[in-house]
Design a protein around this ligand. Structure first.
Ligand SMILES: [Zn+2]
Ligand SMILES: [Zn+2]
Length: 78
């Protein structure tokens, strides 16, 4: 039985698997994240699977505010 080696340290034994890319990682490479154990590149977001949502959120908030104004102004002017 041959031990599994870390994907980033060929001389170290892998003790965990990355939850996202499935690579074997050693204890110094594993990062505990909300989604489980991740390797460093996955934890640092180097793969860029998820977009930052903040810009989109502000656009939706602005659109919502405009809609509320459009709905409210005719009632106030009446
Ligand atoms: Zn990974
Ligand atoms: Zn390692």
């Amino acid at each position: 039985m041959s031990p599994i080696r870390c994907a980033y340290h060929p001389e170290r034994d892998a003790l965990q698997y990355c939850n996202r890319c499935g690579r074997p990682v050693c204890n110094s490479c594993v990062v505990r994240a909300a989604g489980g154990n991740l390797c460093r590149p996955c934890a640092e977001g180097l793969h860029r699977s998820a977009r930052p949502r903040s810009a989109q959120m502000w656009i939706w908030l602005a659109a919502g505010a405009v809609l509320v104004l459009l709905w409210l102004v005719p009632k106030l002017l009446r």
